[in-house]
Write a protein that binds this ligand. Sequence first.
Ligand SMILES: Cc1cc2nc3c(=O)[nH]c(=O)nc-3n(C[C@H](O)[C@H](O)[C@H](O)COP(=O)(O)O)c2cc1C
Length: 207
Amino acid sequence: MTETNVKKILKIDSSASKASSITRKLGDEAIQRLTREHPGAELIERDLSKGIKLLDESWVQANLTNPVERNQEQQQVLAHSDQLVEEIKSADVIVITAPVYNFSIPASLKAWVDMICRAGLTFGYTEKGPQGFLNDRPVYLIMASGGVPFGSPVDFASGYLRHILGFIGIQDVRTVFAEATNNNAESEKDALNMMDKWLPYEVTAVA
Ligand SMILES: Cc1cc2nc3c(=O)[nH]c(=O)nc-3n(C[C@H](O)[C@H](O)[C@H](O)COP(=O)(O)O)c2cc1C
């Protein structure tokens, strides 16, 4: 599971909660293990609870305009999205933390998805249908739910995120789930056990 030549790690948090957030805590643990494994890697942190733009008409029009024909205003409209695309494209490893909200993902994370799914940049239409443009890379998908079992018919969150990552070319999704945090006292421990599979403590503890 250990990657070589990891220069950049991108961490994306989406819980509205801060200090009490289970997904943020698990995400921090994953980052600690990753940075011990890759001490020279740069860490980019994108906390979506601090704000993310939503699509609007000017964004859609600017995005539909041929890049070489975009005026200054349109370039400005897309600048935030361009930056988020650059962050994910340049990351060798990505950690995404996400609670289940109302059976799906936090709205901020959906807004991020809207900002990074860009025809011509992260995916393209080909004769065989849409194709992801990003090279595959590991994504640690760290999620928590209060009661919804992951993979169940009412989990509209984890499958969606996996699909979106696949849509832009990323298949190597490594899940860590804290399931049913409301009534399972072991959920965090179970999640750490899942993390051990991808990021064994022994590997990082030696460093
Ligand atoms: C606004 C809101 C909506 C939620 N909706 C659901 C839900 O539909 N299903 C579920 O299982 N848990 C739901 N939960 C519970 C969270 O998924 C759970 O508490 C999780 O541990 C939160 O992660 P965090 O501690 O990182 O914020 C909801 C929590 C909040 C705050």
